[in-house]
Design a protein around this ligand. Structure first.
Ligand code: NAG
Ligand code: NAG
Ligand code: NAG
Ligand code: NAG
Ligand code: NAG
Ligand code: NAG
Length: 681
C-alpha cells in the first residue's frame, strides 16, 4: 500500500529559491514561485500580485465615495475611509503634508459597519470599540511619513479610517497610503497556487477562490500572534506562536491569531487543494506534537497553541489527528509520519482509552469544543470524529506497518454499529442522530453532518439524515441547533460535505450558494474572505449571546474554518480525491449537480493532478491528467436504466461495474497519465 519512493517529497516541492525579496521582512522565501496551473481562472484569484498594496477607493465617514485611490486628500476634522477592496493585513505607512500640530489617528475594520474613529474588536476583552486607534503626533511638515509599529500590526482588515484630532488645529494632506502584507510570509509570489478550480458557475468559482484567499490570510509569521493574557485597551500582535518554522496556519487573520486544532479539520483539506501551502500546515501539526511532548504525559494534544496553550477538548484533539492524515495524504510526507508516529500513536491511544467497554462509544470528558452550547458524554459529533480517528489512524498505521492498524479498524466498526442503533444515539422518530444517547432535545448539525461526511451513518439512514438537516435551512444558511440563533459556516462546511458524501449534490450546492454566496455578495463584509459565523437575522454578531458578549465587531471575517466549499468543490464536484500518500492511488468521482462543466487540480509530492468534465447531449466528456505511475479508480455518473458506453478516441472503453440503483459505473485500476473519455448514457 505504501510506496517507498515518496518518502523524500515535500522538500522537492518547496525547494525552489525565489529571487527578489518580496517575502515578509527577512523570512526565507521557500515556496513555489509560479502557479501550478494557469488559465482564465486566474482572474478569480483574490491574492495581490505584490506584497505592497494600496487602497482602491476613498470614502467619507458616511460612505459617500470621495474618489478612487490614489488622490491626495485633505483631512481637518473629518474621517477618511480608505477601502482596500478586499481583506488585507500587515503594516501601514501613510505619507502626508501637514500644517499645524495635532495627532493623526488610524483605525481598522474588516466590515464596513465598524469604520470610524475606533477599530473593530480583536483584543479579546469584548469591550465595545476598545481596540481604539493608533495615534501619531504630527506637526507642520512636507512629505512626512508614519509607519505603524510592528507590535501593533493589524492582521485582518479591509477598511483603514484616517482622522485627526477634532480641535481644528491641524490640516493634513494624505498623499500616499501603502500596506506591507504580512500574511503568507514565505511566498514571494502570493498568486502561485498549487491548485485551481473553474466551472460554469461564476459564484462557485468566486467562493472557491475566496476560501483559498481566506486561508492565505491565516498563514502568518510566527512572531505575530495576539498577546495573551489579553489586554483591555488597544491591541498587540507580537506574541510568539511557538513554532520553529517561518509560517503558521492560525484560525483567523484579525484574531485570534493562534492555532486552534478543531479549525484544522476544515482548513487543512481546503489548503491542500487550493494554495498548496503545506509548510504552514505542517508547522501547525508539528506544533501540536511538540506541545504534547512538553505538556502531556498521557498524550493529549492541545486545543489551542501558544500563547494560549489550552487543553481539554476531545473533539479538537481528534481533529489534529484527522488533519495529520489529510496532510500525509496530500503531501506524501512519510518522513513526518515516521518522525511523529510515536506521538500520533500516543494521541490515538489517549482517546481510545475513553471508549466505553460495553458500547464501544467515546465518552467525552474533555468538553472544550468549537462553541456549541454543550459537550460531554456519548456526544454524536464527538463519536463521528472518533470513528474517523480510528479509521484514519488505522490507515496511517498501515502506511507505517504498525500492527495496531487492525485493532483500531475493528473498534471503528464496533462504534459504528452502536451509534446506528436506537439503543444509543439513533432517533428513528426524527430520522437523525440525537445530540447524545440521552439528549434528544436537538438533532445537531455537526454530529449528523459528520456522520455522513465520515461514513459513520449506516446507508439506510443517509436520506433521512440529509432530509432532517435541510429542515434547519433559512434564506441565508442553515440555522445551527447546537448554537442557537447562529449560522456557522464551520459546521455548514461539515454539512455540505455530508450531503456530497452521499450524492446529494443539489442540496450541497444550494447551501453553498445560500450561505457563502450571501456573505461573499454582501457589500457590508470583506467580499473576498469568509466569516467565522453570523446570526440568523443576517447581522454579523456571531456568538453575540453566547461567548462574545454582544460585541458584534469582534467576529472574524477571515476564518479558515469556514472554507469548506473549496475542498468540497474539488473533492466531490470535480470529484478528484486521493486514496494513498501523495496520490499514488486516486479516485475520480464527479458529481454534476446543475453545472455544465468543471475543471480543477492540485499539486502533491508526486506532481500535478487535474481533471475536467463537460456535459454534452446524452452524456459527458471526462478527462484527467495525473502523474505517470499512479493508479486511479473512476466512479462515473450513469443513468438508472442502461449500461453506459464509454469511448476513448472512438474506441470502446470497457467499464467494470454498472450500478443502476446508485446511478454510476466503476472502472478499476486506470493508469496515470493524460486520458480523455466520452461517456454516453
Ligand atoms: C455624507 O457626506 C457628504 C460629504 O461629507 C455630505 O455631502 C453628505 O451630505 C453626507 N450625507 C449624509 C446622508 O449624511
Ligand atoms: C490641501 O490643503 C492645502 C492647504 O490648504 C492645499 O494647498 C492643497 O491643495 C489641498 N490639497 C487637496 C488635495 O485639496
Ligand atoms: C516632497 O515630495 C515631492 C514629490 O515627490 C517632491 O517634489 C518634493 O521635492 C519633496 N519635498 C521635500 C521637502 O522633500
Ligand atoms: C506610494 O508609495 C509607494 C511605495 O513607496 C510608491 O511605490 C508609490 O508610487 C506611491 N504612490 C503615490 C501615489 O505617491
Ligand atoms: C426515513 O426514510 C424512509 C424512507 O425514505 C421514510 O419512509 C421515513 O418516513 C423516513 N423517516 C423519517 C423520520 O423521516
Ligand atoms: C450594518 O449597518 C447597517 C446600516 O446601519 C444595518 O442595516 C446592517 O444591519 C448592519 N449590518 C450588519 C451585518 O450588522
Amino acid at each position: 500500500m505504501f510506496v517507498p519512493y515518496i518518502i523524500s517529497v515535500v522538500t522537492t516541492l518547496l525547494s525552489t529559491k525565489a529571487s527578489g525579496s518580496s517575502c515578509w521582512r527577512d523570512t526565507p522565501c521557500n515556496a513555489r514561485t509560479t502557479a501550478s496551473f494557469s488559465g482564465p481562472w486566474d482572474s478569480y484569484n483574490y491574492s495581490p500580485a505584490s506584497r505592497i498594496v494600496s487602497p482602491v477607493n476613498i470614502f467619507t465617514e458616511n460612505f459617500t465615495l470621495l474618489s478612487a485611490y490614489p488622490k491626495p486628500t485633505n483631512l481637518s476634522s473629518n474621517v477618511l475611509i480608505y477601502d482596500f477592496g478586499k481583506e488585507v493585513g500587515g503594516i501601514v505607512t501613510v505619507s502626508y503634508n501637514a500644517v499645524g500640530s495635532g495627532q493623526l489617528g488610524l483605525a481598522f475594520s474588516e466590515a464596513r459597519n465598524w469604520t470610524g474613529r475606533d477599530s473593530d474588536g480583536s483584543n479579546g476583552r469584548y469591550i465595545p470599540r476598545a481596540d481604539g486607534a493608533l495615534f501619531a503626533p504630527v506637526t507642520t511638515t512636507l512629505n512626512g511619513t508614519y509607519t505603524m509599529p510592528d507590535a501593533r500590526m493589524r492582521g485582518g482588515f479591509r477598511y483603514l479610517s484616517i482622522f485627526t484630532t477634532t480641535d481644528h488645529s491641524i490640516n493634513v494632506e494624505i498623499t500616499n497610503v501603502t500596506l506591507e502584507l504580512s500574511f503568507q510570509p514565505t511566498w514571494s509570489n502570493l498568486r502561485a497556487y498549487g491548485g485551481y478550480f473553474h466551472s460554469s458557475d461564476d459564484l462557485l468559482n468566486r467562493i472557491w477562490y475566496a476560501g483559498a484567499y481566506t486561508l492565505q490570510t491565516n498563514a502568518v509569521p510566527p512572531n505575530t500572534g495576539r498577546v495573551y493574557p489579553l489586554i483591555g485597551q488597544g491591541w498587540r500582535n507580537d506574541a510568539w506562536l511557538g513554532t520553529k518554522g517561518n509560517t503558521l496556519l492560525v484560525d483567523g487573520s484579525k484574531r485570534d491569531r493562534a492555532t486552534w486544532a478543531g479549525d484544522l479539520g476544515i482548513a487543512l483539506p481546503s489548503v491542500f487543494v487550493s494554495t498548496g501551502d503545506f509548510e504552514s500546515a505542517r508547522n501547525a501539526l508539528q506544533l501540536q506534537y511538540d506541545l504534547q511532548v512538553r505538556y502531556s504525559k498521557e498524550g493529549e494534544l492541545p486545543m489551542a497553541g501558544p500563547p494560549l496553550n489550552f487543553f481539554g477538548s476531545d473533539t479538537y484533539h481528534m481533529s489534529s489527528l484527522i488533519g495529520t492524515y489529510e496532510y500525509l495524504l496530500y503531501s506524501g510526507d512519510l518522513q513526518f509520519l515516521a518522525l511523529s508516529w510515536e506521538s500520533i500513536k500516543r494521541a490515538i491511544t489517549y482517546v481510545v482509552k475513553k471508549l466505553n467497554q460495553e458500547s464501544g462509544l467515546l465518552y467525552v470528558t474533555g468538553t472544550g469544543d468549537w462553541g456549541r452550547d454543550s459537550q460531554g458524554g456519548f456526544n454524536t459529533a464527538a463519536n463521528a470524529l472518533m470513528f474517523r480517528t480510528l479509521v484514519t489512524g488505522s490507515l496511517m498505521a498501515g502506511w507505517i506497518r504498525d500492527s495496531i492498524s487492525s485493532r483500531w479498524e475493528e473498534q471503528a466498526y464496533v462504534l459504528k454499529a452502536a451509534m446506528n442503533s436506537a439503543v444509543f444515539n439513533w432517533d428513528p422518530v426524527a430520522g437523525a442522530f440525537k445530540d447524545s444517547n440521552v439528549d434528544s432535545s436537538i438533532h445537531p448539525e455537526d454530529g449528523n453532518s459528520l456522520a455522513l461526511y465520515y461514513g459513520l451513518a449506516s446507508p439506510i439512514h443517509h436520506k433521512n439524515i440529509s432530509d432532517k438537516l435541510v429542515t434547519n435551512w433559512g434564506p441565508i444558511g442553515a440555522k445551527c441547533p447546537e448554537l442557537k440563533f447562529n449560522i456557522v459556516p464551520f459546521v455548514e462546511s461539515m454539512e455540505i460535505k455530508g450531503h456530497l458524501a452521499i450524492g446529494q449534490t443539489y442540496r450541497a450546492l444550494d447551501l453553498i450558494r445560500r450561505s457563502w454566496g450571501w456573505y461573499l455578495n454582501n457589500p457590508y463584509g470583506t467580499e473576498s474572505t469568509f466569516i467565522e459565523g453570523y446570526l440568523e437575522d443576517g447581522t454579523f454578531g456571531y456568538r453575540a449571546f453566547s461567548g462574545y458578549e454582544k460585541d458584534y465587531s469582534y467576529t472574524s471575517h477571515a476564518h479558515g474554518w469556514s472554507t469548506g466549499p473549496t475542498h468540497a468543490l474539488t473533492n466531490y464536484v470535480l470529484g478528484l480525491q486521493l486514496a494513498s500518500p501523495g496520490g499514488a492511488d486516486w479516485i475520480l468521482a464527479p458529481q454534476f449537480g446543475d453545472l455544465k462543466f468543471v475543471e480543477g487540480g492540485f499539486t502533491t509530492s508526486l506532481g500535478k493532478f487535474s481533471a475536467k468534465w463537460t456535459l454534452i447531449p446524452g452524456g459527458y466528456e471526462l478527462s484527467y491528467y495525473t502523474p505517470i505511475g499512479t493508479t486511479g479508480r473512476l466512479i462515473l455518473p450513469a443513468g438508472e436504466t442502461r449500461w453506459p458506453t464509454a469511448t476513448i478516441d472512438g474506441k470502446e472503453f470497457r467499464l467494470d461495474i454498472y450500478d443502476g440503483s446508485m446511478a454510476h459505473a466503476t472502472k478499476f485500476r486506470v493508469p496515470g497519465g493524460k486520458i480523455a473519455i466520452t461517456v454516453m448514457y
